[in-house]
Design a protein around this ligand. Structure first.
Ligand SMILES: Cc1cc2nc3c(=O)[nH]c(=O)nc-3n(C[C@H](O)[C@H](O)[C@H](O)COP(=O)(O)OP(=O)(O)OC[C@H]3O[C@@H](n4cnc5c(N)ncnc54)[C@H](O)[C@@H]3O)c2cc1C
Length: 310
């Protein structure tokens, strides 16, 4: 409960314009703990560095909801450019995309622009043998994201597109069941947005228990699972589960965020598990940064200290 109160407080405060202006003007140095840089070149450099420790990458050009089709198309072009640059650098691209940043919900000539742009992005990634994961955003977007995901899997196959389910939502176990016919590649997360108790579990113990159930159910169904968490107890339980059920190490991977629990990422890779770091980059780092601060009070202390130092 305390976790929830803390998270709500940080996400509410960070939504205030003056706080955003202050952190944007003075916080870049601190944001670099979680963000690989402002451009694709820095992000690709981070990919190469992680490669040396046997850690795979998942690139994320930072950006959230955009209001105009021009901005959405501009953002989609940048993602396409990232795919080209990764390919040119000899990297098989694996990227994450928020559909709201490429026009989800904007109708252009009778077609959802987010879906149209996702098609272009997944098509390009597929041509390079790559993969696109559709990030999950706040709860009003879940229905449309899952419907669009279904359409995209039908078109491109489940080897080139995946999506995310959040264990804090009451609906999520039913969502996972309903996707089973696609044998989807799913990233399981706890959930990072400020959600009302009518849709999301307020108690962390319930979120954690739901997380385990989702991972185990998806593994038991024989589907590829991205176990995206820094929760060491869950990581240990998943290791026990796969051992007990003879799950092949090829059928799942651990995923963590850039700059968080690097020690655990390296240790798991050294044990022979597939590990992938989510590498965010770009100028629009503020919302991502706020969600990371909201995850643990230690990060708020780190930011406050940094701001006081000037
Ligand atoms: C690869 C990846 C992709 C994600 N994609 C999405 C998405 O599409 N949609 C979405 O809603 N959420 C996404 N998330 C965020 C997720 O929902 C959680 O908010 C986040 O992972 C924190 O939860 P946790 O599972 O690590 O567990 P928690 O119980 O929050 O944390 C467990 C432990 O991990 C460490 N830890 C966790 N967060 C931090 C942090 N910020 N800084 C330092 N230490 C920390 C602490 O030691 C903490 O005690 C993603 C997370 C990952 C790892």
């Amino acid at each position: 409960m305390i976790d929830q109160i803390y998270r709500k407080a940080v996400l509410t405060v960070s939504g205030q314009k003056f706080v955003e202006d202050l952190v944007r003007s003075r916080g870049w140095g601190m944001a670099q703990r979680f963000v690989a840089g402002e451009d694709a070149t820095s992000a690709l450099q981070a990919v190469k560095e992680l490669e040396r420790d046997g850690i795979l990458s998942n690139l994320d050009l930072l950006g959230e909801f955009v209001a105009s089709p021009e901005k959405a198309n501009e953002f989609a072009e940048k993602v396409l450019h990232l795919l080209d640059e990764a390919h040119a650098a000899g990297i098989t691209p694996y990227v994450s995309v928020k559909l709201s940043s490429v026009g989800q919900g904007q109708d252009v000539a009778g077609m959802d622009l987010g879906l149209a742009n996702a098609r272009r992005i997944i098509g390009r990634a597929k041509a390079y043998g790559g993969f696109v994961c559709l990030d999950m955003e706040d709860h009003p977007r879940v229905d449309v994201t899952l419907a669009q995901f279904r359409e995209l899997v039908r078109e491109f196959g489940n080897g080139h597109v995946g999506t995310v389910l959040q264990s804090y939502l009451y609906r999520t176990e039913a969502d996972r069941d309903s996707l089973d016919d696609l044998h989807p590649n799913l990233r399981i997360v706890k959930g990072a947005y400020l959600e009302p108790p009518s849709v999301a579990m307020p108690d962390k113990a319930d979120v954690d228990a739901g997380y385990r159930r989702l991972v185990y159910a998806h593994m038991k169904a024989g589907n590829y699972v991205n176990v995206a968490t820094h929760d060491e107890r869950i990581v240990e339980d998943v290791k026990m589960f796969v051992l007990a059920h003879g799950t092949d190490k090829e059928n799942f991977e651990f995923q963590m965020l850039y700059g968080i629990r690097r020690d655990l990422q390296k240790a798991l890779a050294a044990e022979g598990y597939r590990v992938r770091a989510y590498i965010p980059y770009g100028r629009d780092w503020y919302p991502y940064f706020s969600r990371r601060i909201a995850e643990t009070p230690r990060n708020a202390v780190f930011v406050l200290r940094g701001m006081l130092k000037g």
